[in-house]
Design a protein around this ligand. Sequence first.
Ligand code: DGJ
Length: 731
Amino acid sequence: MINYDAKTHRFHLQTKRSSYIFSLDHGYLLHLYWGKRINEYRGSRPLIYAPSSFAPYTDPKNRGFSLSNLPLEYPAYGNGDYRHPAYQAQLTNGSTVTDLRYVGHRIYTGKRKLSGLPATYVEQDQEAQSLDLFLHDPVSGLSAILTYCVFRDFDAIARSVRLENRGEQPLRLLHIASSSVDFRDDAFDSLTLYGAHNNERNIHRQKLAPGSQVIESARGASSPQHDPFFALMRTNADEYSGDVYGFSLVYSGNFAAKIEVDHYRTVRASIGLNPFDFSWKLVPGECFQTPEAILSYSANGLSGLSQVYHQLYRSRLARGSYRDRLRPILINNWEATYFKLNEKKLLAIAKEAQQAGIELFVLDDGWFGTRDNAKRSLGDWFVDRRKLPHGLTWLSDQIHEIGLQFGLWFEPEMVSPDSDLYRSHPDWCLHVPDRPRSLSRFQLVLDLSRADVRNYLNQTLTDIIEKANLNYVKWDMNRHMTEIGSALLPPDRQRETAHRYMLGLYQLLDTLTHRFPDVLFESCSSGGGRFDPGMLYYMPQTWASDNTDAVSRLKIQYGTSIIFPPISIGAHVSAVPNHQIGRVTTLKMRGDVAMSANFGFELDLTRLTDEEKAVVKQQVAFYKKIRPLIQFGAFYRITSPFEHEDAAWCFVSPDRVEAIGYYFTVLASPSPALKTFRFQGLDPQGFYEELATGNVFGGDELMNAGLNVPDEKGDFHSYVWRLRRFKKNGQ
Ligand code: DGJ
């Protein structure tokens, strides 16, 4: 899978369907090719070393060897390349020029763990092969290991970088990307996922233009504004055809991704930690590890790319016993009660839920301190006896007795100024000297770079999880960072705070998820505000958005599916008019949209009519039948709500025996066009029975001719076709 040719000095990394090739020259790593797999690369399209104006050269005998024109694997700043560098370090003498050159490499079976960071993994060494490239700059003493890992079962390459100060003076890292790739032309569009609270992960596609496009976060979280992901798509590529390159960062904090088109219309694309307001002091002997970037190439359009990310992230990024266990259907009390909760109400909802076949009851915000509104008590993680006089353990026992699992909401990373915790530890939050501490949702951010803060949270959460016998934890985080500084760090390390916070958070999550392997953790950040691969490593599902309106969810879930598998996307049926945007949609459509992901409910079931309760019961029973298909099947996007008013998608089981298709119509039309639903991913040779009608059709017919979408009056319809492979080949 990884081959080094000592004669040509070429490295060839192969996945099943892609090749990634670079070579060595003057100690630099020059990028040669990334794309469809080449069996034996012989260099039909060599690099052109032509002297050109304004192109500096370091080798006086070779004017053509200019870093400003060559495609580089891990470019530096200061010695000829004017495009954005992959890293930059400052020496004690103040200079910021470094020059890392190749000194050796190692190819090995397996994949190393990244110390302190979430990352993809293998279960057996044979699943991957890795390459470590050793680079060194003797003047500064800076050394680097560039790691490339190639998976046997996925068309993906994991890249990360480890820097070490082998010199005698301290160094200051100013910038260090996880990956940088140079392409020799710019005939690409970029695709990014942008959004806001209640409107996460919209798809944005635009043609590359001379200059730079940056997506980033400086908010202390990956953020709903931009996901740490982008794709480069050949201009003729679409959902099912054409070359697409994906770049996804396994990180939950400040990141930056930059796509630069230079004056020769070549492209440099990088992703990693955001250099803005970042620096890291590296004393002699110390190392710095970057997060991992997952690069993937698909010759089959965006869908092919998504399939790779879905499979890799579901099976070799997400961890824990729930990775492969069917996820429970949950009911969450938030939109039913908000802060006005009491034992009677909660138990009444739980009983209804049990009768409907729901499996897990989640008690959301408002159960602790004196939390009657969002203004107080974060940090005071003891039960509010006014609302729950018998305590959490009693409530948990009651819920378990009813026949449901029990889960609880926390917002561990935060503190309310009006809390006992803040009154006793005012220095435990992020802050800088002599400045007011900006509030957001009335709260401050605890400084998770501090071990004492982490120990407090670890102890507190451990006690509650044990005493209340929790089966599930919802880990919320509802504001971004301001006045980013830590009381414990010296002045010259203050700009390390945001990254040290993330390392602290990861450490805390690692401890808790290992201590409670059977507890299902769900991450949340005002919905999907920190929906990223870093979080997915610790928590296999994320509440995708506070917006539960079924029509808004079409886009949110469709956009999220570009890289995240549907089972990682929390989706609930909620009340109408919808609490976020006031729209009234049908219960059927709300159910079908939520069932296309990780299914749950978030409404007061006791207030439904008998007829509605019967529908809920049917939905739960139906989801139980299709749950393995949703969790383990391949997901295909069919009609984009970003391009049409309607949306459609389908799931196909890994053995292609079962499938389910969904078509959603939003608004009724006075002159409706004929609509067709065409499956994707079926076996074209196989025959399938449509379970509702008993009709049998060939997989090729269902994918090419398709099925008519019924035409009904009214807004907000959803149509579902469930298929099972027909054994007797259509007879
Ligand atoms: C934001 C979350 O996204 C909601 O689901 C809910 O848990 C609230 N926080 C509670 O404050």
